[in-house]
Write a protein that binds this ligand. Structure first.
Ligand SMILES: [Zn+2]
Length: 263
């Protein structure tokens, strides 16, 4: 499940490739957009917002894509073999100069007026990876969730945009908070701490493909994905519980946590 840092890095690579350049040819392999031709348009900017990607084009429209569980963008040189998946999973092809950007398994593909981007992202909370993000707004949004479990709130994209299951689990572990704790039971310092930690972990990884939170690629995570294994800190066994949350499949909603460290 791509998290905000994956989307951020994809946007950065696509922006490096396409910003200020012309689309020479495009293919939209989606029934609703099959007749759309973007050839001849310049790309102004490719930017992320939470888990959303926005391609701003010179005709004042924005192409929106979302990865959901399994989407990805790959960049190739002309003539290079495409390796991102079977051909039937290709949704968008954008050719520019000697490069081609290929979008696989993309979801929620839409073209909107750039002035109407808020129709797509306006309901989202502040983007945790934005350099100018508003922590005050994030804190207020989280606090307003009242008795909802903090574990569910952190991945609710309307509250804070960008956090997925890995960073939810790891930030709660490092902040020593039980995932089922109602937000209303958390003192301000703990609430601040889990938001700060989630952002710090994600900022550390946003310019690279690693999602390690431990600083050690061989043991990349403290609790995420480690059901029934021993906690790296206290040697209790890692527990799992069902969580809810943002666009994840049920088995990807599983919250991993340590009863010893987060009791
Ligand atoms: Zn522990």
């Amino acid at each position: 499940m791509p998290e905000g840092d994956t989307v951020y890095l994809a946007a950065k690579r696509l922006d490096n490739l396409l910003a200020g350049r012309r689309i020479d040819a495009s293919e939209m392999r989606l029934p609703a957009l099959a007749t759309v031709d973007l050839a001849g348009l310049d790309v102004r900017q490719v930017r992320p917002y939470g888990k959303h990607l926005l391609f701003q084009l010179s005709n004042e429209t924005t192409l929106h894509t979302h990865f959901r569980m399994d989407g990805s963008w790959h960049i190739y040189r002309e003539g290079q073999r495409w390796t991102g998946g079977p051909m039937h999973s290709v949704r968008i092809v954008l050719r520019s100069g000697i490069h081609v950007a290929v979008g696989y398994r993309l979801h929620d593909v839409r073209l909107v007026a750039t002035s109407q981007e808020s129709d797509i992202i306006g309901h989202l909370g502040p983007d945790i990876l934005d350099d100018n993000w508003s922590k005050d707004t994030a804190r207020t949004n989280v606090r307003n969730q009242g008795s909802r479990a903090i574990g569910d709130v952190l991945v609710d994209q309307r509250v804070v945009a960008g956090i997925g299951n890995i960073y939810r689990c790891e930030a709660l572990f490092l902040a020593r908070i039980t995932p089922s704790t109602p937000v209303s039971d958390l003192p301000d310092e703990q609430l601040d701490s889990v938001i700060d930690i989630a952002r710090e972990l994600m900022m550390r990884n946003r310019d690279r493909s690693s999602q390690a939170t431990t600083g050690d690629e061989r043991r990349a995570h403290f609790v995420y994905g480690r059901a029934r294994q021993r906690c790296l800190r206290c040697h209790e066994r890692i527990h799992t519980q069902a969580g809810t949350g943002g666009q994840m499949r049920p088995n990807e909603q599983t919250i991993f946590w340590c009863p010893g460290c987060q009791g």
